[in-house]
Design a protein around this ligand. Structure first.
Ligand code: HEC
Ligand code: HEC
Length: 481
């Protein structure tokens, strides 16, 4: 049964309140400053940063709320996540935010996300509930809408905003540094409330600026290439929204994810700018995000995760699911969508089970986090992102499917970014996995070098996956042919 969608009547055009009290204007230099240690400096080398990046963006005169907010005069002071949310029109009119938290992500930040470190999506409320009508992606029911993605551990925020002047989606990556960047940030600096404030060196890129970097948005949000319409993503668009936290007994999975979250964060820790006391309320709702997707973007989604059927099959295969995920579940429906990702035809699909975590790792991280918060010292916090279930790593898409040969490994781990459909005018198009047999010796040698490279040159990029020594050898042998 569908529940009625509660609408909150936030106008996307209501003036955003301007965050106050923070020391830095966007891009202002500060203790972190431009000399700060930037772990991704190589990726963004050659692109403007700080105030220069803002100047470049504002010269484009975009009409969406992100550009209008950040380019407003006087410039908004953005020194925290909350300041940024206000500047781009979220929380408009001092409404509580519309949001949903997910305990697993198949996005740019997939390796940071679990129930104890969820990804928050915060968005302007859609004007109507989910529909069963198809949307070919050209229908925008909420002109001017905005959505933000944030997860702790990453010094950036992802945004999408609809520009009603040109009827286009604009994706933005907003980067920031913290004071700790000078000396190197600890897990405590990055994975506690500390990351949500005291920002410096705000830098903004549009998707078009970073399309030839490993932070590219387009291979997932515009997979059919430059002439197609950009899309919102929500692979688990329909109930039971398998990996999304939801305090409703109709979705026992969502309840068990929320329980894991609250064991670590309690009920009063604000998270991603969201007041802690709202996280277990109906204000936290993937159903409303589903409505945003239905109203404004491609629906159904490409290679959609059919959650109801998959959860049913998983529960039958392993009766202690969803709250206990070891032994792992099995689902023939999931196998089908997963095979499309293995074949390089779709981005990685969400995991079949509700939980992606190893219960014993979660328990020890929870103890460590509680100790850090209660003692007020987070200097020795371990990396609380490091909780994935080892048996799940290939089904999560972080490692190739076992048993693939060299060509199969290249297809699964490279083709989503290296194919003939995406923008062919940039250098990554020179390595086209769909044309492996006709690639030049030089192109293949480049690929061999990148499989063995370090740092920002390593392929696949570490934030998406990794290969074992044997898998590299198999891929190299294929590229030697
Ligand atoms: C590997 C694929 C991938 C890449 C790369 C990617 N995204 Fe996404 N994005 C997703 C998926 C999948 C979701 C749905 C939620 C989830 O799984 O975390 C999503 C959700 C979002 C959302 C929330 C609104 C929505 O569409 O549901 C925003 C905002 C967003 N992404 C912005 C960006 C920006 C900006 C970039 C580039 C800097 C980017 N994304 C790169 C896959 C991707
Ligand atoms: C998430 C997207 C993504 C995935 C997955 C990915 N790449 Fe890349 N690759 C890029 C981007 C972006 C560039 C361009 C920037 C650069 O050179 O670092 C690139 C560049 C390259 C280049 C240099 C092309 C040239 O001629 O300049 C090679 C070779 C390459 N990748 C090989 C691979 C291989 C092999 C894999 C799989 C094992 C892989 N890539 C997986 C995004 C990706």
């Amino acid at each position: 049964m569908r529940r009625v969608l509660v609408l909150f009547g936030i106008s996307a055009f209501a003036a955003g309140c301007v965050g106050g009290g923070s020391p830095d204007a966007p891009g202002g230099t500060s203790p972190g400053g431009t000399e700060a240690i930037d772990p991704d400096a190589d990726v963004f080398a050659g692109l403007p940063r700080g105030a220069d990046s803002l100047k470049a963006l504002c010269a484009r005169n975009h009409g969406d709320l992100v550009a209008r907010g950040l380019c407003a005069s006087p410039a908004p002071a953005v020194g925290s996540l909350s300041d940024l949310q206000h500047a781009v029109g979220l929380f408009a009119g001092n409404q509580p935010p519309q949001f949903a938290l997910t305990g697993h992500s198949s996005s740019l930040v997939s390796r940071s996300v679990s129930a104890i470190n969820p990804r928050a999506i915060i968005f302007t409320a859609p004007s109507q509930g989910p529909t069963t009508q198809q949307n070919d992606g050209s229908f925008v029911g909420d002109p001017g809408f905005v959505a933000m993605g944030f997860v702790r551990g990453e010094q950036f925020v992802e945004l999408v905003a609809h520009d009603p002047q040109v009827d286009e989606l604009h994706f933005y990556l907003v980067r920031f540094t913290q004071a700790c960047n000078g000396a190197g940030c600890t897990n405590g600096d990055l994975l506690t409330p500390a990351i949500e404030k005291d920002w410096h060196d705000l830098t903004v890129y549009e998707d078009t600026d970073i399309k030839n970097t490993i932070f590219d948005c387009q291979h997932c949000h515009q997979p059919d290439g430059p002439s197609s319409r950009k899309l919102l993503r929500m692979q688990e668009r329909r109930a039971p929204w398998t990996h999304w936290l939801r305090n409703n007994l109709n979705e026992p999975g969502g309840v068990s994810l929320l329980a894991d979250f609250q064991k670590m964060h309690g009920t009063d820790e604000d998270y991603a700018g969201i007041p802690g006391n709202l996280i277990a309320t109906p204000r936290s709702d993937p159903l409303v995000l589903e409505a945003l997707v239905d109203n404004n973007s491609l629906s159904p989604q490409p290679n959609e995760f059919v959650g109801a059927r998959i959860e049913n099959e998983v529960d039958h295969s392993a009766p202690s699911q969803p709250s206990v995920n070891d032994p792992v579940g099995a689902s023939a429906t999931w196998d089908q969508i997963h095979q499309r990702a293995v074949a390089g035809l779709a981005i990685p699909v969400p995991y079949h089970d509700v939980k992606v975590t190893d219960a014993s790792k979660v328990a020890s991280m929870t103890t460590a986090y509680r100790q850090a918060i209660s003692s007020g010292s987070h200097a020795s916090l371990p990396d609380i992102r490091d909780v994935f279930l080892d048996q799940g790593l290939s089904d999560l898409g972080f490692q190739p499917e076992p048993g693939l040969d060299g060509a199969g490994i290249l297809v699964e781990m490279c083709q989503r970014c290296h194919n003939g459909t995406l923008d062919q005018s940039i250098s990554r198009a020179r390595f086209d996995v769909t044309n492996l047999s006709t690639l030049s010796r030089g192109a293949k040698d480049n690929a061999i070098a990148r499989l063995r490279a370090g740092g920002a040159k390593l392929m696949p990029p570490a934030r998406f996956g990794s290969l074992s020594a044997q898998e590299i050898d198999a891929a190299v042998a294929e590229l030697m042919k």
